[in-house]
Design a protein around this ligand. Structure first.
Ligand code: IPE
Ligand code: IPE
Ligand code: MG
Length: 230
């Protein structure tokens, strides 16, 4: 039996190094990386993957220079506007995780309207992690449990946490890939990837192609997942 792949998650890392290698400024790496997002997402929609979660901006990425943060926010807004047709043509539903309340109004409106317009699409759900950090997500879930008094009604804490995460209703991660060669999770889906198969690729995100993903998935299919059993 080969492993089923319902939920693929990717830490898209290496944009800055890609640009540096090419003698370009870091923002050029982010632009090229956005093209990879489109390629990988449409490939997933055509290859029977139900959920694709992409780490686009972490709660720690605010520590970067303001000019880079501003560029990333503008690039995100432009991407969502320009690629609306890609979501619609490929039957892709768009969702986000992370706390987007602090984003500016135009960006939030763009996010919310794309979510609404793609809500009934069924080929793939693409989830962008925006101002996302696992610790922040779990802390927000706990706050909701406390403020709504949910524990008094249902004292099953793991189930309650699951139900209050940004990913509620989405199956756990089966395969987690990080490009760019670093071997860490950087505060990404710590709860949801508890039993994910991990794969670290040395390829920088702008150079990562659908073929590279297909090869990793082949490897994933034959791994033995035990979930603590035998
Ligand atoms: C990933 O690429 C994109 C974001 C974190 C927004 P980086 O910008 O982290 O690229 P490197 O790791 O510096 O090469
Ligand atoms: C992780 O990459 C975050 C995203 C890909 C959005 P970083 O480049 O921010 O991670 P660190 O700082 O190397 O751990
Ligand atoms: Mg990085």
């Amino acid at each position: 039996m080969v492993n089923a792949l319902k939920h693929l998650a990717i830490i898209m890392d290496g944009n800055g190094r890609w640009a540096k290698q090419k003698g370009k400024i870091r923002t050029q790496g982010h632009k090229k990386g956005a093209k990879t997002i489109k390629e990988i997402t449409t490939w997933c929609a055509k290859n029977n993957i139900a959920y694709l979660t992409l780490y686009a901006f972490s709660t720690e990425n605010w520590n970067r220079p303001k000019s880079e943060v501003d560029f990333l926010m503008k690039l995100l807004e432009k991407y969502l506007i320009d690629e609306k047709k890609t979501y619609l043509q490929n039957n892709i539903r768009f969702k986000t995780i992370g706390n987007i309340e602090i984003f500016n109004q135009p960006l939030r409106r763009t996010i919310e309207s794309l979510e609404t317009e793609t809500a009934s699409n069924t080929a793939l759900t693409q989830i962008l992690a925006l101002n996302y950090g696992s610790k922040d997500e779990i802390a927000r879930a706990c706050e909701k449990i406390i403020t709504t008094n949910a524990y008094a009604k249902n004292p099953d804490m793991p189930q309650l946490i699951e139900a209050h995460l940004d990913t509620k209703g989405i199956p756990d991660v089966d395969l987690l890939i990080r490009t760019g060669g670093e071997m860490r999770l950087s505060n990404f889906l710590l709860w949801q990837a508890s039993y994910a198969e991990l794969f670290f690729s040395p390829i920088l995100w702008p150079d990562f192609r659908a073929d590279d993903l297909a090869n990793i998935i082949e490897d994933f299919k034959s791994r033995k997942r035990r979930f603590g059993g035998l």
